[in-house]
Design a protein around this ligand. Sequence first.
Ligand code: TTP
Ligand code: MG
Length: 242
Amino acid sequence: PPARGVVQLQDVEFTYPGADDPVLSDINLTARPGGMTAIVGSTGAGKTTLLSLIPRLFDVTGGRVLLDGLDIREYDPAQLWERIGLIPQKAFLFTGTVASNLRYGNPDATDEELWRALEIAQAKDFVAEMPEGLNAPVAQGGSNVSGGQRQRLAIARALVKQAPVYLFDDSFSALDVATDARLRRALRPISAHATVIVVAQRVSTIVDADQIIVLENGRVVGTGTHDELLAGCATYVEIVQS
Ligand code: TTP
Ligand code: MG
């Protein structure tokens, strides 16, 4: 059957290798295509850890993660990775060119597809301004582009994969407010058919979400829309007011 991108976490528990205590416990959530799920919580709450369990950067130590109804441990790892566009909290670039970075997850992507992804990621203008364009060199560690540009190229790279699931780990808070807003608007056609999970800090990113999950000390302390959580989740109120 075709990939749809329904992500489910069922009674998930996770303890880092060698650690004594779980950093995630009793996590239950479902994220569906056609909507955006936002994950919020203070630093150390477990947001990055939660996302890392979906492409199996780590395996759950309790419960299970399902993609389209199938335990992710049943997938061939490459096949699972193909279906998940992960934009890590610390974006990284490979030494090479803009194009080689963008094609990392999809070697067959055409130049047109690369430009389209750059456009959505709000990276088209600065790449177009480089004399070599798509063939512009990326130095070791991406040191010849700014942090915000690195972030947007990493977003574009994930979009080139055309995955049914996208995981954005705090990808927007490093961008200026205007770029952040343009980027989220440009992502709408994608979230219309894909499953998008974003770890977010800015209220403007969160309010639009179809579903917000509030994490505190590795547990879900609230699930709902912005209005629902404002009315019923003290941790959420604290987060949006800080
Ligand atoms: P994170 O999942 O990194 O917490 P976070 O993403 O919510 O925090 P931030 O907003 O700062 O990005 O960490 C959860 C807990 O797991 C925290 O106590 C640190 C611990 N941890 C490890 O022990 N090993 C690791 O590799 C990571 C990433 C976290
Ligand atoms: Mg994090």
